[in-house]
Design a protein around this ligand. Structure first.
Ligand code: B12
Length: 212
């Protein structure tokens, strides 16, 4: 069934996607696993785009299908039964990048684990991110990056945080399709991943370590 859902997204089959998601939820499949299949399908769509088989229109349709699937899965991603706030996170897709599907998934999972999320959206100016950090004093900043044109603004934001003395005690995270451990090292971030769940696990571990 996991192959069916991937194929439906990759083949842009609008009718099949919601039905297949609903069917898998009814069958008791793990919502995170279903989400993982949707992400895998988006990677395949990206490959077709790169190979010239798909164009921007297909990317847009696949994004709509992903959003539809994510909306169906959202209520099943679990609510925290913990009243205590686990930590504060500022999240952004930086200037030069308008991709937000993965960032939104990460934000949903964080909220489900009692984190307070300040999602600044897409195409975010470094100065705006720094202002938000100054104002909300978060424990974490998460950068979502799907396109190489955002590397520069991400680097600028990090340098500004360092220059303003805001970097100490702040955990920086990097996630999204084009990120790698090498890029994380270059940008001096503390954690990098291609998977929202491991990002949440990192935040939970750090928050527990800090006694938050
Ligand atoms: C959908 C899509 C679009 C949609 C985006 C819709 C939206 N609202 O986001 C639209 C059609 C708008 C689009 C536009 C463009 N796109 Co586009 N797009 C994609 C595609 C197919 C899927 C991305 C996606 O949503 N994946 C699914 C999500 C769930 O995965 P994810 O983002 O990796 O997120 C997961 C984890 O990484 C993690 N995560 C994400 N963020 C964070 C952050 C933190 C802190 C943590 C801990 C975790 C975390 O959580 C998620 C769940 O596990 C990719 C292909 C690919 N391989 O990724 C191309 C891709 C990213 N796009 C690409 C390009 C080139 C473009 C355009 C320039 C095309 C054009 N000619 O106009 C424009 C970009 C404009 C801009 N300036 O940003 C290229 C980028 C190439 C590069 N190396 O830089 C890609 C890789 C396609 C390709 N292979 O060529 N795109």
């Amino acid at each position: 069934m996991s192959q069916d859902l991937r194929t439906a997204i990759v083949e842009l089959n609008r009718d099949a996607v919601p039905t297949l998601v609903a069917r898998r939820l009814e069958a008791g499949d793990d919502p995170l696993e279903i989400l993982g299949d949707c992400r895998a399908a988006m990677t395949m769509v990206g490959e077709r785009f790169q190979e010239g088989e798909y164009f921007l229109a297909e990317l847009l349709i696949s994004a709509e299908l992903f959003k539809e699937a994510a909306a169906l899965l959202d209520p099943h991603l679990g609510d925290s039964d913990n009243d205590k706030r686990a930590g504060v996170i500022v999240l952004a897709t930086m200037r030069g990048d308008i991709h937000d599907l993965g960032k939104n998934v990460f934000a949903t999972l964080l909220r489900a684990h009692a984190f307070e999320v300040h999602d600044l959206g897409v195409n975010v100016e470094p100065a705006h991110l720094v202002d938000e950090v100054q104002e909300t004093k978060p424990d974490f900043v998460g950068f979502s990056s799907l396109i190489t044109t955002s590397f520069d603004s991400t680097r600028q934001a990090i340098e500004m945080l360092e220059d303003k003395g805001l970097r100490a005690g702040l955990k920086l995270m990097l996630g999204g399709g084009v990120t790698t451990p090498g890029l994380a090292k270059h940008l001096r971030v503390d954690f990098q991943t291609l998977d929202a769940s491991s990002g949440v696990a990192y935040c939970l571990e750090e928050a527990a370590g800090a006694g938050a």
